[in-house]
Design a protein around this ligand. Structure first.
Ligand code: 13P
Length: 247
């Protein structure tokens, strides 16, 4: 049985002091969760959030990293920095990074390999636009994103990774994919992992759904056979995250 994993993605929200206050709110609300609970937070919030959740069941993640070890890359943060700050996870390839910051599948692959080399757990995002869904190419598109992101990743490494399927049309829109749509694509992702790595890896890797997950729809989504939890944006900034983490 795969353990569920529910992760918040705070995006560009929460100053360091607001972040600590939100952790104080969330700690008791997620304490009973049987899932792995993760808060992926802005880089500047990682240190205070790690302190604020120390000794609890909450792990911390970054929202991005750069694929070089160190050097003249003004404004970027490295895997070593994230690890030394006390975070364990890193979101890679979120659609907002692909869209606004022009991250390609090849860049995302480099980031995945660096995260794994250093011992961070990547949460690799994929998902289609509304146009792609209407064109009927959702599954082809997502398969391609996953295949490129996983180039050079071993089966052993892949087992410990997390994939987040986030249809772009469902992010921040209040429009959630139906449970059938979400399950269909999450199963297709597990199938492509099976093709590349075999059944053991496909059975071990955890696949989240993301896109307008809320306190009302989380339980039904997470009950699907190929959905192992969620990547939660807006609802992770409020008490609803407690409901979702225990759904
Ligand atoms: P929302 O939950 O706000 O739709 O955001 C989803 C998301 O992008 C999480 O990474």
């Amino acid at each position: 049985m795969r353990k569920k994993i529910v992760a918040g993605n705070w995006k560009m929200n929460m100053t360091p002091s607001e972040a600590v206050a939100l952790c104080e709110t969330l700690k008791p609300l997620v304490a009973e969760s049987e899932a792995d609970v993760v808060l992926c937070v802005p880089a500047i919030d990682i240190c205070p959030v790690v302190e604020a959740v120390r000794g609890t069941n909450i792990a911390v993640g970054a929202e991005n990293l750069y694929y070089e070890d160190k050097g003249a890359y003004t404004g970027e943060i490295s895997a070593d920095m994230i690890l030394d700050a006390g975070a364990k996870y890193v979101i890679i390839g979120h659609s907002e990074r692909r869209d606004y910051f022009k991250e390609t599948d090849a860049i995302i692959n480099k980031k995945v390999l660096k995260a794994l080399e250093k011992g961070l757990i990547p949460i690799v995002c994929c998902g289609e636009t509304l146009e792609q869904r209407e064109q009927g190419i959702t599954i082809d598109w997502v398969r391609m994103q996953i295949k490129i992101a996983f180039q050079g990743v071993s089966a052993e490494q892949a087992k410990g990774m997390v994939i987040a399927y986030e249809p772009i049309w469902a992010i921040g829109t209040g429009v959630t994919a139906t449970t059938e749509q979400a399950q269909e694509v999450c199963k297709a992702i597990r199938d492509v992992i099976c093709e590349v790595y075999g059944t053991d890896t496909a059975e071990a890797i955890r696949i989240q759904y993301g896109g307008s997950v809320n306190a009302k729809n989380a339980a039904e989504l997470f009950a699907q056979p190929d959905i192992d939890g969620g990547l939660v944006g807006g609802a992770s900034l409020k008490a609803d995250f407690g409901v979702i983490a225990t759904a």
